[in-house]
Design a protein around this ligand. Structure first.
Ligand code: ATP
Length: 247
């Protein structure tokens, strides 16, 4: 496949010596992680480990107190509100849908937010809607708040997909979902990955993520305490410490 020679070596996201302080709280301390294009990586960690903070740093919602964040090999330090125009989308924790707006309006608004022209927006709307479960498709005129938790998570991913991202960062997609709905969410993530999207899932419980991700990073109190291939013995060991939902 023809690609720009400089693009081949670049990572989708690269954090280098990133520190993030909220007033007096040190949320991330000198963290580095390179995510190659096309990877499916899981970042796990307990409450307060810094997971949402890293998700926001990777997607340009927060800027580091120190260190750099590079997207596709280019360091981004300017005051961008988010990296969506660079092809990096965030699905935030707890979904953050517009609850009183309809399913369709949630998708359309997100497409406008990504700056899509009207004709392209319509085409993308149909493509994204086709990825949604039938219950969401049938409920396109229902207020988003009336969907089940799992349907809302699918719609939140749908919102991110409206921008046709090359990289998607998802903060705790399985939070509060029944395992069967989590299956559907991960099926969709797997499908996106097969289509070439770089996927970063951030979770407290690894049950689903282990079957999809090829690499595991464990965050604890603002630092990575493990990074390795999912199949490594060290990753298996790291997972035993409570991340499989029965530890
Ligand atoms: P959870 O799983 O509970 O969502 P998390 O791993 O996502 O946790 P973060 O939300 O990134 O963790 O928080 C990391 C640390 O930073 C915590 O100690 C948290 O209390 C603190 N923190 C997060 N947001 C802020 C903020 N806006 N102001 C001050 N401290 C914050």
């Amino acid at each position: 496949m023809a690609e720009h020679p400089n693009a081949i070596a670049s990572n989708a996201i690269e954090l280098t010596n990133v520190t993030l302080r909220y007033a007096g709280v040190l949320a991330l301390s000198n963290v580095s992680l390179a995510i190659p294009r096309g990877e499916f990586i899981a970042i796990l960690g307990p409450n307060g480990a810094g997971k949402s903070t890293i998700a926001q740093l990777m997607t340009g919602m927060l800027r580091p107190s120190a260190g750099t964040v590079a997207i596709d090999g280019q360091v981004r330090q300017t005051a961008e509100r988010s990296f969506i125009s660079l092809g990096v989308a965030l699905v935030p924790e707890r979904r953050r849908l517009f609850g009183q707006l309809t399913v369709g309006e949630n998708l359309t608004l997100s497409g406008y937010g990504a700056g899509k022209p009207r004709a392209e927006l319509r085409r993308r709307f149909d493509e994204v809607m086709a990825l949604m479960p039938k219950s969401v498709q049938d409920g396109r005129d229902r207020a988003a708040v009336t969907l089940s938790g799992g349907e809302q998570q699918m719609l939140a991913i749908g919102r991110a997909l409206m921008a046709s991202p090359r990289t998607i960062v998802i903060d705790e997609p399985s939070l509060g979902l029944a395992p069967i709905m989590t299956d559907r969410v991960y099926d969709l993530l797997g499908q996106m990955h097969a289509d070439g999207v770089t996927v970063v899932v951030i979770e407290q419980i690894a049950t689903h993520a282990v079957s999809y991700a090829s690499r595991l990073a464990v965050l604890d109190r603002g630092e990575f305490i493990h990074v390795g291939a999912m199949s490594d013995a060290a990753s298996e060991e790291a997972l035993k410490v409570g991340y499989l939902g029965h530890g």
